[in-house]
Design a binder for this molecule. Sequence first.
Ligand SMILES: Nc1ncnc2c1ncn2[C@@H]1O[C@H](COP(=O)(O)OP(=O)(O)OP(=O)(O)O)[C@@H](O)[C@H]1O
Ligand SMILES: [Mg+2]
Length: 252
Amino acid sequence: MKNAIIETELLCKSFISDGEINNVIKNMDLKIYDGDFTVIMGSSGSGKSTLLYALSGMDSVTTGKVLFEGEDITRLKEKQIAKLRKEKLGFVFQGINLIPNLNIYENILSPTYKTKAERKKIDEKIDMLLEKMDLTSQRKKFPNQMSGGQKQRAAICRALINEPKVVFADEPTGALNSSQGQNVLDIFTTINKEGQSVVMVTHDLKAALRGNRIIYLKDGRIDGELELEAFDEETATEREEVVYKFLKEKGW
Ligand SMILES: Nc1ncnc2c1ncn2[C@@H]1O[C@H](COP(=O)(O)OP(=O)(O)OP(=O)(O)O)[C@@H](O)[C@H]1O
Ligand SMILES: [Mg+2]
């Protein structure tokens, strides 16, 4: 039996704009399993980003619960949520969100602890991540001096630096060319094989293949899901056919 690291109970999220209520997530019961690479898909506006924000405690919910390791995080105080986010969660946002007045090295360092003993290890890890993401030459640059793809990759380094239990990523390959996108996906696949859970929103079929579970959202509800074996490069072609068929049936 798989263990749910995150679980929602009757989760609802609504927005009010121009005096009208927009119910974006509707009574959702969802389990995210520990060690899974979960992919969330669905058409634009179906509620994917909103769901990711709710699952990760980045935004409040309207009603319902979000349990992280059994604890309802919708009831935590801001300080407790901030602690949870720093220690156990990593994020790659759709809008990137790098801190503009810090250079790339400082951006990646920003969510870490900075005791002297830890610092050397962290620095080594930053070097390793920068190298993997082809950003070594960019470490002193500020976000406004970098391309969209470079910023996206820097945001991924920052999300991974604390080795979070769960990495949330909202279209992490959106701003990248195909080979950069594959690099990022390879990193997610590797950290997932090493035990970290990944929850990724994507529109991209190649990215979706990396998941072992694909959840399809429609109008704020789960419209279907597909379970797969863990990703393996050797069976990628057959896997692509299965995923493509599932998505087509869902109207993707
Ligand atoms: N802060 C907000 N205030 C008001 N409405 C919002 C807010 N955030 C999202 N929405 C609305 O909620 C709905 C779902 O938005 P969401 O960003 O979750 O969609 P999505 O599935 O991530 O779409 P995309 O694929 O385009 O990123 C949309 O109708 C959007 O306009
Ligand atoms: Mg979105």
